[in-house]
Design a protein around this ligand. Structure first.
Ligand code: T6T
Length: 324
């Protein structure tokens, strides 16, 4: 186009060409569908996306289900597709079951960006596989996060003993990868035995009950990795009720406000805070760039902050606590 040509020639486009239709296209509507709504991780991601929307003067639609459940996420996705946004940012509830529902968005000309969780392999725009159509994946490095948790937990239990992973359910890319990273790292610590994973369906009460059941069977349990907010929080409650908080060592993932007291009283050795506001901000910007004709990276990696009793009062650490 003339505007592109002028840009390539290094000249400012005449103002008249940037008004009208072009200006309307500059303000796309972009939707964010979280994994679930009642979770500080996604509340904070929403704030990041909102900040990005305000920065560029574009519209953000935010719509999600109250639980982590494919059968609840699909109708929300369908309702959002019907609103014809330029792009949908989504944390898919399952890496396989959400492929076909998301293909509907893609087929309708809506760009898909995966945030936090992915579909397929999470490697997009390669022309390979049946799930490479999302334009970008914006997330933490979850295998690395699992490895980090394993190293810290191994040190906390003196490099020996029995541990298990409290996890959500199989098929979720993030928590699957955390467990994978955890086990890869623990394999390097020969005196640590990893017991069977306990799946809690993102239900903290279930995670607490599972902790007590495992402790009943394995009284010398040394440690637990709680692979997300509800897994970690529920396991901690279970340990408290059983009177072994601080004795059975805990490595957590995610950073709700309640983690501060639990780090200080020794319930948790550490927690690995993700940076959900970054995921929301850069996820939105990737979608916005695409909607306005600019190329985007197919993967954007965001950071972690490791929180401990020793550093949690540092404002550069506590700023990564999730909002509620
Ligand atoms: O850990 C986050 C998120 O990364 C994961 O995909 C699901 O669980 C959380 O939302 C925390 O509850």
């Amino acid at each position: 186009s003339f505007v592109k040509f002028m840009g390539a020639a290094g000249l400012a486009a005449p103002a008249i060409l940037t008004t009208g239709r072009a200006a309307a296209q500059d303000k796309p509507t972009i939707a964010l569908i979280p994994g679930l709504t009642a979770d500080g991780f996604y509340v904070t991601m929403h704030k990041g996306a909102q900040a990005a929307a305000e920065a560029v003067g574009a519209q953000l639609i935010y719509q999600g289900a109250a639980e982590w459940n494919v059968s609840l996420q699909v109708p929300i996705l369908d309702a959002v597709i019907a609103k014809k946004p330029a792009a949908i940012l989504i944390a898919p509830n399952d890496k396989t079951q959400m492929i076909e529902p998301l293909r509907k968005a893609h087929d309708a000309g809506i760009a898909v960006v995966c945030v936090d969780t992915f579909i397929g392999s999470g490697v997009f725009q390669t022309g390979a596989g049946d799930a490479d159509f999302p334009i970008s994946y914006v997330a933490s490095d979850n295998v690395l996060g699992g490895r980090m948790a394993a190293r810290a937990l191994a040190a906390a239990i003196g490099e020996k003993g029995k541990v298990y992973v409290s996890n959500v359910k199989p098929g979720i890319s993030t928590t699957d990868q955390r467990e994978e990273g955890f086990k890869l790292e623990i394999a390097q610590h020969k005196d640590i035995e990893v017991l069977e994973t306990q799946f809690n369906d993102d239900d903290a009460n279930k995670a607490a009950a599972q902790f007590q059941a495992v402790l009943g069977r394995v009284p010398d349990l040394a440690g637990v990795f709680g692979a997300n907010l509800f897994s970690a929080g529920g396991t901690a409650n279970g340990a408290k009720q059983a009177g072994v908080a601080g004795k059975v060592k805990m490595a957590g993932f995610d950073a709700p406000e309640s983690i501060v007291a639990q780090l200080k009283d020794g319930t948790f050795e550490l927690t690995i805070a993700q940076h959900p506001a970054e995921i929301g901000y850069f996820g939105f910007m990737a979608a916005y760039a695409h909607a306005t004709g600019n190329p985007v990276p197919t993967h954007i990696g965001t950071g972690f902050t490791v929180m401990t009793a020793a550093n949690i009062d540092d404002p550069n650490v506590s700023r990564y606590l999730y909002k509620s």
